[in-house]
Design a protein around this ligand. Structure first.
Ligand code: UDP
Ligand code: MG
Length: 186
């Protein structure tokens, strides 16, 4: 399968906005392969390499790890899947991530699925979930919100100008969100 033939949907939204939950449902209903950039990074961290440890430190500070690391993980995962329809969740986190993806993978996304949810709701969800993530503590959460506002919102704005963003309000139930999301895949 050549890369030119692949379809890529970027799924963006604040931490706790429901990216992973909705992606699992999209996979079940619409036959996409889902890769979470954060999950791939946590797996990379578990490798225990020096580079992995450096990434863990950045994630603990709510910072964005170097594009070369993330894009390589994504590219490898896409290639190894042998599939052609991809949901990429939690990426690109900044404009440099996006530029690197374009030059390495060779093409842009088809559209961006953007999950819009107020910060107070996100904070409650993150503190309430018990996934054992090292970064789900109030101190790191505040840093993740700031990084998101400063660096990820410009990515949404970039794609919005191109008319490529599908907006969904996600401060409602999983089922209500999925009903809205489904419409974009039918
Ligand atoms: N991260 C990153 N680049 C990415 C995706 C994630 O650097 O492309 C790091 C970043 O430090 C982020 C953390 O991984 O705060 C967790 O990301 P994830 O998408 O899992 O979680 P979210 O903050 O959206 O809940
Ligand atoms: Mg996630």
């Amino acid at each position: 399968m050549s890369e030119e033939e692949s379809t890529v949907i970027f799924v963006l939204g604040g931490p706790g906005s429901g990216k992973g939950t909705q992606c699992a449902k999209i996979v079940d209903s619409f036959g996409y392969v889902h890769f979470s950039a954060g999950d791939l990074l946590r797996q990379f961290v578990r490798s225990g390499t020096k580079e992995g440890n450096e990434c863990a430190e950045m994630m603990q500070q709510g910072k964005i790890v170097p594009s070369s690391v993330t894009v390589n993980l994504l590219k490898t995962a896409m290639k190894e899947s042998g599939q052609s329809k991809f949901l990429i969740d939690g990426f690109p986190r900044n404009l440099e991530n996006r530029d690197t993806f374009l030059s390495v993978v060779g093409h842009d996304c088809t559209f961006v699925l953007f999950f819009d949810c107020p910060e107070d709701v996100l904070e409650k969800r993150l503190l309430g979930r018990a996934e054992g993530r090292a970064d789900d503590n109030i101190e790191t959460i505040k840093k993740r919100f700031k990084t998101y506002q400063d660096q990820t919102m410009p990515v949404i704005e970039h794609y919005d100008k191109k008319g490529m963003v599908k907006h969904v309000k996600t401060d409602v139930s999983i089922e209500e969100v999925f009903e809205k999301v489904s419409a974009f895949f039918k």
